[in-house]
Ligand binder design. Structure first.
Ligand code: ATR
Length: 302
């Protein structure tokens, strides 16, 4: 509780925000948002609500209670959509919302800040998407959103490779209908050894390598890693994944998903409070998240 000394007092005007999902016990979002509120002196608090029953009822109840906004996580990201009064166009394309913004007198408008968050995290590192060749590993909900984002940001060529190639094919067929100019190809993981010449940006969007299975990567063939100039893993726990290690060992640059997590929250906070979050506040939150994850100061300094 060493951070309590500067905390604002909670009173009758305190706006309430929160996360709905199941489970929510492990979430870093309260640390993220309450740190921003503390930094800016905003009279708001953010909590986590485990929603084990119909999430539509939770959204309606939250509106009735005057909740200022919600984040939505697994497994409710698509299930809440019918309860919303409006849905942002990009969130509709992705088919999932993670941020609900209160529209007074009506209900909530849904957004997806995960992909803008990933894009902002990449921009901060100077990672380009427009005109690039990109390999996405995985074809679950996260990979689907990443594929949509890369197509929307003008990637020249995108390969979606997955253990179950039919799921990759379904993603590619759907995204082609939105972005016909992006050349998108589906394949199996073994197709990774048959990619055309040249180096690429690789985005790791499977669940492989997450704690506690930290010594695994979805592809382990060193020849594949020779082809990657930049590797971005959506996983952030562990902080240095096996995928990232393989990228670096082959001479590429490697990033984890912590900044994506950070910026999806920052963008939600910006939507709720109609403001821009500055670099100093972002740094403060990053340090706080790393501390929460038990990372040392040395790791935290990068
Ligand atoms: P999310 O919503 O986080 O994307 P998901 O929809 O469960 O989660 O997707 C998990 C991804 O990790 C999928 O691409 C999955 O591959 P399949 O579509 O073939 O299931 C991939 N994945 C999970 N376990 C895997 C394993 N042991 N080997 C290879 N890929 C795996």
């Amino acid at each position: 509780m060493d951070n309590c000394k500067k905390k604002h007092s909670i009173d009758g005007h305190t706006k309430i925000f929160g996360l709905i999902g199941n489970p929510v016990g492990h979430t870093l979002s309260p640390v993220l948002h309450n740190t921003l509120a503390e930094f800016y002196g905003h009279n708001l608090i953010y909590g986590a609500f485990p929603v084990t029953e119909d999430p539509m009822k939770a959204v309606e109840g939250a509106y009735a209670l005057g909740i200022g906004g919600l984040n939505v996580t697994v497994p409710h990201k698509s299930a809440v959509m019918p309860a919303l009064v409006e849905i942002d166009d990009f969130a509709l394309k992705i088919g999932a919302v993670n941020t609900l913004v209160r529209v007074e007198g009506k209900g909530y408008k849904g957004y997806n800040t995960d992909m803008p968050g990933l894009y902002r995290a990449m921009e901060q590192e100077g990672i380009q998407i427009s005109g690039e060749t990109i390999v996405i590993l995985g074809a679950g909900g996260a990979a689907r959103a990443v594929a949509m984002m890369t197509a929307s940001k003008g990637a020249a060529r995108v390969y979606v490779l997955n253990r179950t190639p039919g799921k990759a094919q379904a993603i590619v067929s759907e995204i082609r209908s939105f972005y016909p100019e992006c050349q998108m190809t589906a394949g199996s993981l073994s197709d990774s050894s048959r990619l055309p010449d040249g180096k690429f940006l690789c985005i790791q969007a499977t669940s492989i390598g997450m704690s506690p299975n930290v010594d695994r990567a979805v592809i382990e063939d060193p020849a594949f890693y020779e082809r990657i100039h930049t590797g971005f893993d959506l996983v952030y726990n562990p902080y240095d994944t096996k995928f990232m290690q393989l990228v670096r060992q082959a001479g590429g640059r490697a990033y984890n998903g912590l900044n994506m997590l950070l910026y999806q929250g920052v963008i939600a906070y910006e939507l709720w409070n109609e403001m821009e979050v500055g670099a100093e506040a972002v740094d403060r939150v990053r340090q706080r998240l790393k501390k929460e994850m038990g990372l040392s100061d040395e790791t935290a300094g990068d």
